[in-house]
Design a protein around this ligand. Structure first.
Ligand SMILES: [Zn+2]
Length: 178
């Protein structure tokens, strides 16, 4: 864990790393859709230990399940349309971003989203929501990122991340290079 946050927002792929919740000093939030994804019947057997940890953490109140509000889902949809990430965001992704936005706006919480999804990372950078990834086996270091413009799709140099496209002026994004 990099910086200390009092609230941690976890995406499905973070739960699936099998992270030990006891190392977290603070409260973890997620949405019902994320828990449903972990509880997917296709992986139920494989994820049994993870689900048991989740249920224990809910009981211990270190993990809270929050239902996203429509007004925040709408905000996330609008912002992700502006950034070009709308089509890449699932409903579960939007819900996760929506509860983060709500917790920050209504409670001013010191919060950080944990996800291994670069579309979520893009929207977080647009909203200035702190973001971290948490890869199993240090996979992160092996990813080669490609910097691109979400509008004209032009590929830019790595050092251009956080700059704007010189053709359309949109903020550049990154994605794993195929
Ligand atoms: Zn462009």
């Amino acid at each position: 864990m990099k910086e200390k946050a009092s609230i941690y927002i976890f995406d499905t792929n973070i739960f699936l790393t099998g992270i030990d919740f006891n190392v977290i000093e603070g409260v973890i939030y997620t949405t019902p859709s994320i828990i449903e994804e972990v509880n997917d019947s296709r992986y139920k057997e494989k994820n049994r230990n993870i689900l048991n940890k989740i249920y224990a953490a809910i009981e211990a109140r270190t993990l809270k399940i929050k239902v996203p509000k429509n007004e925040y889902i709408t905000k996330i949809s609008e912002i992700s349309k502006d950034t070009g990430d709308f089509n890449a965001l699932s409903d579960a992704d939007k819900g996760l971003l929506a509860i983060s936005l709500e917790l920050i706006e209504e409670q001013g919480e010191n919060l950080r989203i944990y996800s291994n999804d670069y579309t979520i990372e893009n929207v977080c950078s647009e909203l200035n929501i702190p973001y971290s990834s948490l890869y199993k086996d240090g996979i992160e270091a092996k990813i080669i990122w490609e910097i691109y413009c979400p509008y004209c799709k032009k590929i830019h140099r790595a050092e251009d991340l956080n700059k704007n496209c010189e053709i359309c002026g949109l903020k550049l994004r990154r994605r794993p290079k195929k």
